[in-house]
Design a protein around this ligand. Sequence first.
Ligand code: C5P
Length: 213
Amino acid sequence: MIVAVDGPAAAGKGTLARRLAAHFGLAYLDTGSLYRAVGLRVLRAGANPDDTVAAEAAARGLTPADLTDPELRAEATGAVASKVAAQPAVRAALLQFQRDFARNPPAGAKGAVLDGRDIGTVVIPDADRKLFVTASPEERARRRWAELGAKAPPLAEVERTMAERDRRDQERAAAPLKPAPDAFLLDTSDLDIDAAFAAAKAYISGANTSGTN
Ligand code: C5P
């Protein structure tokens, strides 16, 4: 069983994907952390995120330790991640790892949940279940702002940087952010996590396959 969970930043897909994985006994991979780790490696090497040679080298040199870096979740890291993620060579370097994880999940799990931007469209187009999780831009910015707590910049700035990242992710030529034609669309703007989880669970269990919540 492979479940693809795609969608824009702060739509709730990470929390949802983690909870679905625990519920169905599946392994979980946050693919955004791979792009974030590549972005951080590029920055720490003193290179420019738009430098394709440096970005591809960073992607090919990723180690498990890169994926536990506390800086991974910073807002600035998300922005750099979306720059390196626009490069086809970076995406190609990370593709096989994601596919291997899905096909041979660790610790004997009987399947996997992967969340990202292109799981249902490019990484695992034949995934058993595909969710596309969205929320309004205002609601997503508000959630990210609340998450950042005391370190949060003004809400308007969070809205602006998120809009920029959305645009970069949607408009890039390589694996742009968009729902797979057969994805189940889940708009969480007016749903709390329990309601979003219930809708996703019903879809995955086959109780709701109508294509929307
Ligand atoms: O999901 P997260 O916010 O951690 O992703 C960071 C960035 O990584 C995204 O804005 C996107 O540019 C990139 N990404 C991607 N494809 C994925 C996962 C993340 O391009 N499957």
